[in-house]
Design a protein around this ligand. Structure first.
Ligand SMILES: Cc1ncc(COP(=O)(O)O)c(C=O)c1O
Length: 262
């Protein structure tokens, strides 16, 4: 059976080289006598896998040193709750609603505080990105939220909104690593891996360190507290070991493609 041309948004196609390499290492990962699926997440073998994955992602995206890179679980959808739980100190956040995923995130945030929709393109079935150059940003907003690429509608922010000094939170699930990004312009950037990076089961969050705090909303589950995950280097509980391993291979494959096109 020839390989299928898979245009699904996700889970999506992976580089064939990555799949072949993983197949070769399936029964014996680099002489350790086991598959990566069988090794302990506390082993030195996995330490190296996750350490290299993080280092390569940092290099690819130029992640500044005051940002943590977390490999999490629960898909991007879980971040719709984790973001307000960790960031909504004033219980106020502003959402730019440009598609179904932004709308779901906005609705989820409304469970935890006042989530304002400060711009929307729903009037024309999310077929455009609204003008975000002079938004009515709430003075007490804890953050401004966007879904940077609207998977279902195919619209994308070409320029980031003017958040008037508020931290920008972006769901980058369907544009992660598809182009260079200035990470320093974001407070939090997160995305499920299964569209651009690896298999489902891994969600990557890149978070500025000052936003990783203990004073999260009361009732925030331990697992959803960014500080728990950051302090444990994404190894608080058993992480999606195999998924992280494949993400790491895709990072190396991307690096091997050379510099971003101009
Ligand atoms: C932009 C965007 N955000 C969030 C999600 C939900 O991701 P997950 O299934 O990883 O929770 C999707 C899924 O298609 C998406 O396209």
């Amino acid at each position: 059976m020839p390989r299928v041309y898979n245009f699904s948004a996700g889970p999506a196609v992976l580089p064939e080289e990555v799949l072949r390499e993983a197949a070769e290492e399936m029964l014996d990962y680099r002489g350790c006598g086991m598959s990566v699926m069988e090794i302990s997440h506390r082993s030195s073998v996995f330490d190296e896998i996750i350490g290299e994955a993080e280092a390569d992602l940092r290099e690819l995206l130029g992640v500044p040193s005051n940002y943590k890179v977390l490999f999490l679980q629960g898909g991007a959808y879980t971040q719709f709750a984790a973001v307000p739980m960790n960031l909504m100190r004033n219980r106020v956040a502003d959402y730019i609603v440009t598609g179904q995923w932004a709308k779901k995130a906005w609705k989820e945030a409304a469970r935890y505080g006042r989530a304002n929709c400060i711009a929307s393109s729903e009037d024309r079935t999310f077929s455009y990105i609204p003008d975000c150059s002079d938004l009515p940003v709430s003075p007490d907003a804890d953050y401004v939220y966007i879904c940077e690429n609207n998977t279902i509608y195919g619209t994308k922010f070409k320029t980031l909104p003017d958040t008037k000094g508020k931290d920008l939170v972006a769901d980058v699930s369907s544009c992660f690593l598809s182009e260079p990004a200035d990470v320093s312009r974001y407070g939090v950037m997160f995305g499920g891996a299964q569209k651009n990076i690896g298999p489902a089961g891994v969600v990557i969050a890149i978070i500025r360190e000052d936003l990783i705090r203990e004073d999260v909303l009361p009732g925030t589950p331990t697992m959803l507290t960014y500080k728990t995950q950051a302090d444990a280097g994404s190894l608080f509980n058993t992480p999606p070991v195999y998924g992280i391993y494949i993400c790491g291979k895709v990072f190396k494959w991307l690096k091997a493609q050379g510099a971003w096109p101009p």
